[in-house]
Design a protein around this ligand. Sequence first.
Ligand SMILES: [Zn+2]
Length: 414
Amino acid sequence: MSLDEMGLAATQLVGADTPGCGPLRGARQASSASLRQRIYEQVRSAGRISRAALAKELEVSPGSVTPLVSDLIATHLLRELEDETQHTGRGRPPVTLGVNPDRGLVAGLKVSDHEFSALLVDLAGHPVAQATLLRAAESRSVADLLRDVAMLYDRLMTAAGPGAPPVLGVGLGMPGMIDHASGRMRWSPIVAERDVDLQGLVSAQLGLPVSVDNDANLLTMAELWFGKGRSLSDFAVVTIEYGVGLGLVVDHAPYRGAHGLGMELGHTKVQLDGALCRCGQRGCLEAYVADFALVREAPIALDGALPPRGEVLATLYAQAKDGNEAARAIFDRAGRYLTLGIANVANLFDPRRIILSGSRMRYDFLYARELLEEVAGLTLNTPPPIEVNAWDDFVWARGAAALALSDLTPRLMA
Ligand SMILES: [Zn+2]
């Protein structure tokens, strides 16, 4: 298939002057980070900020900020900007600091069972180029995956055009059990092999430092770096795609568990000896809410007239909308189980906000207002605000870019 046939397959984006990126945590930063790194991160999250405001935000003296800022400018990580918005008309406009976007780029890549997406952003978080690639249905091996990732990356760099700053890091996300710390893919529903050194293989393929994570954590990173979670210290993201995922942010940082494999909301049990799940166990939340659970019940509601695989869910949804009671009942039951899962998250973690995200959110029966109101009856205290987020298709790639920026920062400071 040619690029033209695929429509918007690769696009160069015009940089917008976004108001910074990354968690807005002020003086509350990881104590292990150096003051130099905290200054860089503070400037990046503010977008542009004066030296005086920077010292105030970090709760340190202006005298300790000045030499470190000079060093960050000398090493081309920060730059000075004339702030026209504060200009009173006389003399030179006041000078603010910003991240130098030309120092380098990072690439965010999202791999799924049907479409791969990629986004290139500069070090200030501005999108520079994007690309997509349709995956061949028969490709199931790690070798195929590596070939497709290389093709997607080439397409992205072609979209960026010649003369683009160097790419300094890559973030890659995919569904399954992906251990960010070790870089290993323990298991993924879209690849046949198990326990693969995903980070090492992709890094060798692209010749760049690579960070890997699961897709629920990518959405969480997108919220934390670019979305509504930037100013929230503690929040949860519940995702519904092939399964049910959970991302948790604790004190402005993603929580990943002791082995990088936690947050398996989809496999928490909501029924003893319940329905069989893909994982082989019974009674998992996913066995009542995920695609496969809805598709499994579709034949009854559709009276045996099954559409081609891949269209079952959409057909079931259309029927439910048209008043097919049995189809409606399938979505209602899934929605009630989802409500149970959301209430459990609220009871366990007391987050400031729960954000529902993912492509399945278009099936609005799953999160109908009446269902979300039921959460209050299942939690001990007033539940947190629940929000449904409608990002575009590049949200995962954007989260992968945030992952790359986050892991690149300490290396930039070295
Ligand atoms: Zn399960």
